[in-house]
Design a protein around this ligand. Structure first.
Ligand SMILES: [Zn+2]
Length: 148
């Protein structure tokens, strides 16, 4: 799978890429030199709106759209990405999520969620628990379109 490092102004795009399972680094502050180095060392695609930065990188996608979903489509189209693994990464820190039995998370989830949801994922990095809730429903149609 393609991996990315997002420029500071593309936080929402970085989250969407993670939502689809793409390994995506994001820093609230980072120097251009550092972005270029990470891209080169880790063979990651830079996603940025900075044309000058893009001309200096081997792997760089210049993003034009304002809407995060459209930005995501630009990325997927540019790299012909049709495969994705939605809900496999933490949206906050990019770590790979692990399935966790319901019994183990019962104390940490809202009682209403416990009533209907059986599958839970846990982030080993920050401890957040994920389930296919309202965010999932909102995104499902989009994800189906994007991931085929
Ligand atoms: Zn996390």
């Amino acid at each position: 799978m393609a991996s990315f490092v997002a420029d500071v102004h593309l936080a929402k795009l970085a989250k969407l890429l993670r939502l689809l399972g793409f390994d995506t680094l994001y820093f609230t502050y980072i120097e251009d030199e550092e972005l270029l180095k990470i891209s080169k060392d880790e063979r990651r695609w830079i996603v940025t709106k900075d044309r000058a930065l893009c001309t200096r990188a081997k792997r760089c996608l210049l993003i034009r759209a304002k809407d995060p979903k459209e930005q995501l489509e630009e990325v997927l189209e540019a790299l012909h990405l049709t495969q994705c693994q939605p809900f496999s990464r933490c949206l906050v820190d990019n770590a790979l999520l692990k399935a966790v039995p319901k019994e183990e998370v019962l104390a940490k989830i809202p009682p209403k969620v416990a009533q209907w949801c059986e599958e839970f994922q846990w982030c080993p990095e920050c401890g957040r628990i994920y389930w296919k809730g309202s965010h999932y429903d909102r995104m499902k149609k989009f994800i189906d379109e994007v991931c085929g």
